[in-house]
Design a protein around this ligand. Structure first.
Ligand code: ADE
Length: 245
């Protein structure tokens, strides 16, 4: 998968793209993320990339010219993207399901707004999908774009050391993850549950499933309503890997 990220603040996204699982995956070409500075598409160095909103009101709006020049230059160079996604609080809610679906696209462009957002005409003509990462307003789309990129890249084949890990993530089956423990087996009087040290993989699988259901019932009963509709019983073919929160 290739992602072109268009932003007025490229410095905000560079660090996270170079660190951790994401950084390693990109370095190993599991996916490609190219960052484009919107200012480079201004007509001249004096050309603003934002302007006051018609009709008044606070904040600034990203001008259509630089943004569209940038999108058209990308299309000339790399072809038509599968989606041009604008990160905005009034977009469709980003979920694990949308991550799974988007992760199968070959080429997407992410457009991040700043200030009051981007000119409506760009949204109408050039944006194919609008995505929100939650019901709160951030000062720009850069962090949401990083959230999307992280969620998509870790689903690419080869991105995670253990391929089962992504399959057993929280939300992947509408359940939250089971608790996880590492060494030492006893820490300040608190012991790791015996079952996890038993070596009995079937018992461990059942324990994890039961803990997932228990945690989901306590914290996110709305998810359980959905998954119980699909399957009342512990699936006998459930992956036996760990679940991560
Ligand atoms: N830009 C500002 N806030 C946002 C949000 N919650 N989701 C996506 N893009 C945004």
């Amino acid at each position: 998968m290739t992602v072109d990220l268009v932003t007025a603040l490229p410095e905000v996204v560079r660090g996270p793209l170079e660190s951790g699982v994401l950084g390693r995956a990109l370095e190993e070409d599991t996916a490609t993320v190219r960052v484009h500075d919107l200012r480079a598409s201004a007509e001249d160095p004096q050309d603003q990339i934002d302007d006051y909103p018609f009709g008044g009101g606070g904040g600034m709006v990203l001008k259509p010219g630089p943004l569209v020049r940038c999108l058209e230059a990308l299309e000339d160079k790399h072809g038509v993207p599968d989606d041009v996604i604008y990160l905005t609080p009034d977009g469709e809610r980003f979920t694990q399901k949308s991550a799974n679906q988007l992760s199968r696209k070959e080429y997407i462009v992410l457009v991040t707004g700043r200030y009051k957002g981007i000119d409506e005409r760009v949204r109408r003509r050039w944006i194919t999908r609008e995505v929100s990462i939650g019901d709160y307003v951030l000062s720009g789309g850069e962090l949401p774009a990083l959230v999307l990129i992280d969620a998509l890249v870790r689903l690419q084949p080869g991105a995670l050391g253990d391929a089962r890990s992504a399959l057993t993530d929280s939300f992947q089956d509408d359940l939250l993850g089971a608790p996880v423990y590492t060494r030492p087996a006893s820490f300040r009087g608190m012991d790791v549950p015996e079952v996890l040290r038993s070596g009995d993989h079937e018992r461990i699988r059942r324990w994890r499933f039961d803990e997932s259901v228990r945690r989901t019932r306590a914290r996110r009963p709305d998810l359980l309503d959905e998954s119980e509709k699909l399957d009342e019983e512990a699936p006998s073919s459930a992956p036996d890997g760990d679940k991560t929160a």
